[in-house]
Design a protein. Structure first.
Length: 131
């Protein structure tokens, strides 16, 4: 697995949520910026694939932006940003398996037809009887 933690630029900000007085004085939220274009870990084909898959995550400057403010410590949030970013890259680079189309089995076809016949008989029994 490729680790892009060395290429991520970090920025901190004050976090909302729990933390009491600590929230107002410590910048625990971490925002990570990573540019697929400037990356040295991937070849051009992989960079193109990343840009196609992460098109909704890339901002106008060409950076993938991920933030975390889940934890109370800056270090934990930084690790969370790295984990999220690595997960995004991993998902973008994995190729989707081609679906193999299958046909219904003979037994399932027979079962379906039998249930249709049974339902038809039940509905037939609801009609008024003509003499």
């Amino acid at each position: 697995m490729i680790d892009i933690s060395k290429e991520i630029q970090f920025q901190t900000a004050r976090s909302g949520g729990k933390g009491g007085q600590n929230v107002n004085k410590v910048e625990t939220m971490v925002i990570g910026f990573w540019s697929p274009d400037a990356s040295l870990l991937f070849n051009e084909e992989e960079k193109q694939r990343l840009k196609e898959k992460l098109v909704n995550k890339i901002n106008t400057e060409g950076y993938v932006v991920v933030k975390s403010q889940v934890h109370r410590s800056q270090l934990s949030n930084k690790e969370e940003v790295v984990r999220k970013m690595n997960e995004l890259v991993k998902q973008a680079l994995t190729k989707k398996k081609a679906r193999i189309s299958t046909k219904p089995s003979k037994a399932s076809k027979e079962k379906r037809i039998e249930s249709k016949k049974r339902n038809a008989d039940i509905k037939q029994g609801r009609k008024k009887i003509r003499y």
